[in-house]
Write a protein that binds this ligand. Sequence first.
Ligand code: PMP
Ligand code: GLN
Length: 381
Amino acid sequence: LLDGRGVPAPTIFARMSELAARTGAINLGQGFPDSDGPAVVLEAAIEAIRGGANQYPPGRGIAPLRRAIADHQRHWYGLDPDPDTEVLVTAGATEALTASIIALTEPGDEVVVLEPIYDSYSAAIEMAAAVRRTVRLEWPEYRLEPDRLAAAVTDRTRLILLNTPHNPTGRVLSADELETVAAVARERDLIVIADEVYEHLTFAPHRHVPIATLPGMADRTVTISSAGKTFSVTGWKIGWLHARPELVDAITAVKQFLTYVNGSPFQPAVATGLALPDEVLTEIGADLGRRSALLTEGLAAAGFGVRASEATYFVIADAAPLGYSDGAALCDDLPRLAGVVGVPVQAFAEDPSRPSSLVRFACCKRPEVIAEAADRLAHMR
Ligand code: PMP
Ligand code: GLN
């Protein structure tokens, strides 16, 4: 958590956003949209502030939001969490993840994660004094190999931390990959923490399936999501989780001393968003899919090796065909070379010092911004 001099190392996302701000480059690094989400959701927050929702809300989240989360899970996936005992509102998915990992491990317990690994997973595992066991997904297919998963599980394993749709690979895990994870969890009596923040940001024909819907999994899964991605409000930091009551109680015990409660005016607004008609949420994914395709095309035209994403804000591109073997060095230099910022995929590795020629670019930007970035990359000096 600290760098060599004992000071907090900024996250790769903060570092790359700072680089973009300092150089004036187009920021396709940190994943945040450059336009607002549904106006009704924004208006609902403004109304809530005007209506006086400005003091501490209940610790587990306001009842209408917990009900909206439960209704959303039932409507979209046939899951049926009890809003009073099985749902917890959190400060984004980040707090849901951290509180879950701290609550559900003892020091020395092992947590299995997929590599590429989202940065907060490793930090939370370290804060819990737990031990990370990595299962690597390999470019360009990024498929979960059952043997590798089996090899990562030991008698000390408590949790499998799953992320689908997956950042940064843009993969939606297939039914057989989900079943592989579920089978291991059932056999070895493990809890799965399922980070599903990109659940609605999938591109047809790909669809998100929560692992909690698989046989025997509802009772052993903590399902996590967040309003940030679906409604383009990453700064609101309203997330949630659902799980069986004993797990939610344990996680709540930790959560109440991390943030206590979260964003009272944003909670009713997110409840409004979750109840929007299906077409609205589907179109949010479809619209992002068009941007992802535009970015993929642009990166390919610029000479990168590209893998089309199935979901998420992100596209991974290989700079090796352009003669760059070190993606981290390239990303540091990209503002000067092209006036664009990306994130080196090696930052998501178990060993971030292992060089990789892969770069993650964000597609959650206006089409004209994506087109301009692609044009700049095509004319890279
Ligand atoms: N998990 C993944 C995979 C993410 O990409 C992100 C952020 N983009 C988060 C969790 C954190 O979500 P939040 O901003 O809601 O804390
Ligand atoms: N999750 C976003 C990304 O992957 C960034 C969030 C953050 O900066 N922590 O880019």
